[in-house]
Design a protein around this ligand. Structure first.
Ligand code: NCD
Length: 314
């Protein structure tokens, strides 16, 4: 049976394993096509409109979604600073979703509150993509992270994966761990300050699904064992005070020396922006893939948009 296209992308739960495989294949085809001519897909989304509504800071996510839509030949309506919208006048998110879905064919939205994008999508009648709802989820980032892992490791299962930093508030970790857990036999190393650990419920779910989970507050010791090292920024904006943030920031800083014992084909990822977590001397390490990862955002989001708009060319 043919796979149905995605109708919404609010959470990792909206994606099945077959969707991940299909979207990665599609992103890979766009990636290969880009090598010949980046302009060759510009007819696919002709006449389609994507609305991007951002109520929270973004560079990569908004730009790569907008670049993806333009590369497909579509057009965009953009609200870069949500504070300037009618929400200021008291409009509810669900009303706004209903209205904007009358103007656009697909909507990408980011908002600082957990569950806000689902609330917005409640009465929307076009596909809605969650581009980050507070500390909760960021599934399109996770698809591009999966594409990056597949690209550099040639597989998505049986991996040793190190997650370092803010595992409590980091939404990219939250969604990525969920997607990785669909593939068998993973070993997850979770390294964080005690106050920023992955929730015990999620750890229990991973173990119940048959994966190995090792929690630690020591980064260097795990480096020799891992295939993918996923560094994250401590999410300052989620802390109640500057002092609370100051106490836990800069706890894990990866530098070149610490990579001495790493596997030859280690892939070092980071959703970016980095603050201090990765020293600049790592940038020239052969495993440093975070800038490639950011670039893959365009082809992966082209795949997501093409799938959701039912304009897949291949
Ligand atoms: C991440 C986010 O917004 O959650 N950034 C991104 O989308 N590439 C990670 C972060 O801000 O730390």
């Amino acid at each position: 049976m043919e796979r149905a296209s995605l109708k919404k992308l609010l959470s990792a739960k909206d994606i099945q394993k077959e969707d991940i495989n299909a979207l990665i294949q599609l992103a890979a085809q766009f990636y290969e096509g880009f090598k010949q001519d980046k302009r060759q897909f510009h007819h696919l989304a002709k006449g389609r409109l994507m609305a991007s509504l951002f109520f929270e800071a973004s560079t990569r996510t908004r730009f790569s979604f907008e670049a993806a839509m333009y590369r497909l030949g579509g057009e965009i309506l953009t609200l870069e600073n949500g504070a300037s919208s009618s929400v200021k006048k008291g409009e509810t998110l669900s009303d706004m979703g209903r209205i904007v879905s009358g103007y656009a064919d697909i909507i990408v939205m980011r908002h600082p509150e957990a569950g806000s994008v689902a609330e917005f999508a409640k009465h929307a009648h076009v596909p809605v993509i969650n581009a980050g709802d507070g500390p909760q989820e960021h599934p399109s980032q996770s698809l591009l992270d999966m594409f990056t892992i597949w690209h550099f490791q040639n597989r998505l299962e049986g991996l040793s994966l190190g997650f370092v930093g803010d595992l409590k508030f980091g939404r990219t970790v939250n969604s990525l761990v969920a997607l990785l857990s669909y593939f068998p036999s993973q070993t997850f190393y979770f390294v964080s300050h005690d106050s920023l650990r992955l929730s015990p419920e999620k750890v229990a779910l991973l173990k119940a699904a048959g994966h190995t989970v090792i929690e630690s507050n020591e980064m260097e010791a795990i480096i020799p064992y891992i295939d993918v090292l996923y560094m994250t920024r401590v999410q300052e904006e989620r802390f109640s005070s500057k002092e609370a943030y100051e106490k836990v920031k800069d706890h894990f800083i990866l530098n070149r020396n610490q990579l001495g014992g790493a596997k030859n084909n280690i892939s070092i990822l980071h959703p970016l922006p980095r603050v201090n977590e990765i020293a600049e001397d790592v940038d020239t390490h052969p495993g440093a893939q975070y800038f490639n990862q950011a670039e893959f955002g365009v082809v992966t989001r082209m795949a997501i948009l093409a799938d959701m708009l039912d304009i897949v060319p291949f």
